[in-house]
Design a protein around this ligand. Structure first.
Ligand code: F6R
Length: 609
């Protein structure tokens, strides 16, 4: 979702802005723009479409000379993608310029008010309201105007702002939209996310809600909403710069699929000590764990799907009732949150607007513990949760999640085993066996990855498919949900996932000659039931791709194509079965010529409702 980069320093700003925006391309966008102060005026250039259009238009930034500038990639919310709606946005005399991430919820009211005061709007965006409102309040003191605007706007924002009559300064402020700041040898920089600044600095400041930043060439100062200067600690980013580069792979998604063994190991190994699970960061005693009466897992998209798996694992191992909720539903449905409830918010980015709102809703209730399972260190969800368990997937750039999803599953397995032990539901020996199975997962994922050509060949046959179904029971239903989402989001082929037992209640009418049905059969106790479901769809003409455990060879009689996964504990099969489904989706999308890393209409970090 929208990307912001800003720079003030000794170097030419525009090339730095373009470079930073390129690193944020993964967030998803449909237009881009730059504003640079050239010593006399602020000059703006915008272009609909990919960043390279803007780069060509501005001759790699050379057409916009100057050492202070802000840049933006826009993911349209208010108003179509167009040059006019693209950011940056000016005030009326082009002396103030703004880039914005987030949504100004009361923009219509503010727009009407500003119109009655003679302001004219050229775009359909909510952001333009901010530019005019700043103009309205500006009396020569940028900070004063910014504070007044903060008091008037409702919603979420990360803003980068330049004032023509303060050419040695750049301003930034945020509420509920991420923003970071860094100081490098030749200047100061702001951005929506770490990859944009890594080339220049590894020490970044995470801006908190309602903090204002004044950046100068040599200096960065932070203020609260009362304009009092505050001190902030920087965070050292330890990632290898290459982690945010493609590293020889054709796409980030393929690279990240291949990084899963490492991501799983990195998330798992530090939490296993002497054959026991130690989750130090949880900070809960066994008595506190034993007192949990109910768990809600709340998340969006693929992160929600890990919650569906977690329900089976927690209920099965720890015997704690689990409800899984979509964050966008949970936040408005007045859930019953009483003493003894734990709410687990799962998020790769840690910035998903609905998940963050669900977290805040949960925190309003006394006696409720909120645990965040988060990948991005220092993100809003990580900061606001009572407890944080990080997934160590490293930066995930492709819009469609793969390695973050896999590490979220690992976090859940670890928690479920630990909770089961603390509640006396699992002996030391049983837990030990499960841990051994967990430790084999990275190697088993490697085996599946080594076999990707076979899946690639199969995928090539389905490039022209109109729709594809995924079916499974129990944990296999959870895998089906993820397999189906992965396929549809990057290949644009319509796809549905069904609990296999539900087929007869409507969906089976969609099956016709040649329809591909991907059947998941990793749960041995449900194997026979699944065979019956497969026969039902085959009888109606479906072509059945079965994904099952190695050794289940009799499935070859009942299906048309089989992918075997190595044997593991039934609770952990999702970690293996999802790999061929990711590979399948990737190659179908490639075969169709889709932009797999940046699928249409999607954003990596969904920071608006
Ligand atoms: C799908 C995908 C999304 C995210 C969802 C939540 O491949 O990536 O469905 O899982 O937008 O995002 P996070 O985990 O950042 O909260």
């Amino acid at each position: 979702m929208c990307g912001i980069v800003g720079y003030i320093g000794n170097e030419q700003a525009a090339p730095i802005l373009l470079d930073g925006l390129e690193k944020l391309e993964y967030r998803g966008y449909d237009s881009a723009g730059l504003a640079v102060y050239d010593g006399t005026d602020i000059r703006v250039m915008k272009a609909t479409g990919r960043l390279k259009v803007l780069s060509e238009l501005s001759h790699g930034g050379a057409m916009l000379p100057g050492c202070a500038g802000i840049g933006h990639t826009r993911w349209a919310t208010h108003g179509m993608p167009s040059d006019t709606n693209a950011h940056p946005h000016f005030n009326k005399d082009e002396s103030i310029v703004v880039v914005h991430n987030g949504i100004i919820e009361n923009y219509l009211k503010l727009k009407k008010l500003l119109e009655t005061r003679g302001y004219q709007f050229v775009s359909q965006t909510d952001t333009e309201v901010v530019a005019h409102l700043l103009d309205y309040y500006y009396q020569g003191d940028p900070m004063e105007a910014i504070v007044k605007v903060m008091q008037r706007v409702e919603g979420s924002y990360a803003l980068g702002i330049l004032f023509k009559d303060h050419p040695e300064e750049m301003y930034a402020v945020r509420k509920d939209s991420p923003l970071i700041v860094g100081k490098c040898a030749h200047g100061s920089i702001i951005a929506s996310d770490v990859p944009a600044v890594l080339k220049y600095t590894r020490d970044v400041f995470f801006i908190q809600n309602e903090e204002i930043v004044r950046l100068e060439k040599e200096n960065i100062a932070f203020f609260n909403i009362d304009k009092e200067e505050i001190q902030k600690e920087s965070t050292r980013i330890e990632w290898d710069v290459n982690a945010a580069e493609k590293g020889g792979y054709e796409h980030f998604m393929l690279k990240e699929i291949n990084e899963q063994p490492k991501a799983v190991r990195d998330t798992l190994n530090p939490r296993i000590k002497d054959g026991r699970i130690v989750i130090e960061e949880l900070g809960m005693t066994p008595e506190e764990v034993a007192a949990i009466r109910k768990i809600y897992v709340v998340a969006c998209g693929s992160a929600y799907h890990t919650g569906v798996t977690a329900k089976y694992v927690f209920e099965g191992l720890a015997r704690i009732p689990v409800e899984v909720d979509l964050a966008s539903e949970f936040r408005y449905r007045n859930p019953i949150l009483d003493e003894g409830t734990m709410v687990i918010i799962v998020s790769q980015s840690g910035e998903t607007a609905d998940s963050l709102a669900a977290l805040r809703e949960a925190k309003k209730h006394p006696g409720v513990r909120v645990l965040g399972i988060v990948n991005v260190v220092g993100s809003s969800i990580a900061r606001e949760a009572d407890h944080v368990m990080y997934t160590w997937a490293g930066p995930e750039i492709a819009v469609a999640t793969t390695k973050a999803y896999s590490t979220q599953l690992i976090a859940f397995y670890l928690l479920a085993i630990r909770f089961a032990q603390d509640r006396g539901k699992l002996s030391e020996a049983e837990a030990g066996n499960l841990i051994k199975e967990l430790q084999r997962l990275p190697e088993q994922i490697e085996m599946l990855l080594a076999n990707k050509e076979r899946i690639q060949r199969f995928a090539n046959r389905y490039v022209a498919a109109r729709e594809i179904f995924f079916i499974g029971r129990g944990i296999d239903y959870a895998i089906s949900l993820e397999g189906s989402l992965k396929l549809k989001e990057i290949s644009y082929i319509h796809s549905e996932a069904y609990a296999a037992g539900e087929l007869k209640h409507g969906t089976i009418s969609l099956i016709e000659e040649g329809t591909l049905v991907t059947a998941l059969l990793t749960q041995e106790d449900l194997y026979k039931k699944m065979i019956s479901n497969i026969v039902e769809v085959q009888t109606r003409g479906a072509f059945v791709l079965a994904v099952t455990n190695v050794g289940n060879t009799e499935i070859e009689k009942a299906s048309d194509y089989v992918i075997y996964i190595p044997k593991t504990n039934p609770y952990f099969t999702n970690s293996l079965a999802v790999i061929p489904l990711q590979i399948f989706s990737y190659y179908v999308a490639i075969g169709k010529g889709c932009d797999v890393d940046k699928p249409r209409n999607l954003a990596k970090s969904v920071t608006v409702e």
